[in-house]
Design a binder for this molecule. Sequence first.
Ligand SMILES: [Zn+2]
Ligand SMILES: [Zn+2]
Length: 267
Amino acid sequence: MLCDFHLHTCFSGDSDTPPARQIEQAIALGMKQICVTDHHDYGVQTQCDFRLDLDAYFPAMERLRQQYRDQIRIEIGVELGLQCRVGAYLEELAGRYPFDFIIGSSHFIDGQDPYYPEYFQGRSEADAYRRFFESSLKRVQTLDCFDSYGHLDYVVRYGPTRNQNYSYEAYQDLIDPILKTLIEKGKGLECNTGGLRYGLGHPNPCEDILRRYRQLGGEILTIGSDAHSPEQVGYGFQTASRLLAACGFRYYTVFHRRKPEFLPLDA
Ligand SMILES: [Zn+2]
Ligand SMILES: [Zn+2]
C-alpha cells in the first residue's frame, strides 16, 4: 500500500475526524508511513475557520507519533494555502515549525474559493479556470514555503461542467510554466486522488499533466488521498499506482524533515 501524504483530521476546519482514527485506518490498510497535513489558510474570510492551531497540533501529533511508532511512521505536515500577499508570513511560518512536509495549495483565488459557486459567477468557466492557473503560476514563482504543489487542477472539481470541457492543452501555456518552475526550484508535484473520489475519473492533476511533468524531468511526486474521514484514506491508490506507472513514473516520494525519500511505486 502506498504511503498517504495528504490527510486531514479535526485540526482542519472542515473535518471532525480524530487523528487517531485516520492513523488506525492507515495501519489497517497496511500503510507503513503517512503524513498528516491539516489545513492552514491564512488571511482569508470564510464561514469555516481554516487556520491551524499549530501550538496545539504539534504536541498532539508528537504524542501520536510516539504512541503508534511500532506500527506506522507518522510525519507531521501541513497543507498551506498559498497566497502571494501573505508570502512573508508563510515563509516565516514554514521555517518556524519543525514540519516534515509542506503541501502548497491554491484554495483561494482573489479571495474566493472555487469550492463555492460564487467564484464562477459572471464569467465563463474557461476564464475562471484560466484565472486559477494564472494565480497558481504566480504563487509557485514567488513562494518557496512548500515541498510539493497540491492538487494542481483543483478548480476543475467545482466548475459548472467540471472536467467535461477541460483539457491540459487548453491551459498548456500556463501549466507548462508551473511544471517547469516546480522542477527548477526542486519542488514536487502531488497526485491527489480526491479527483477520483469526486467522480472526475482522474486524479488532480489529470494524467496528461502528470505525464508532462515526468517528460519535463519532474521526479518528486507525492501521493495523497486528501482524506477528511477514515473511509477516504488511501482512496484510489491502486488506480493511482497504475496510472502513474503509465505516465512514466517508477518511484514516488515521501518526506521526512522536509527531505525527499524515494520509494518504488510497485512495492
Ligand atoms: Zn486542498
Ligand atoms: Zn487537503
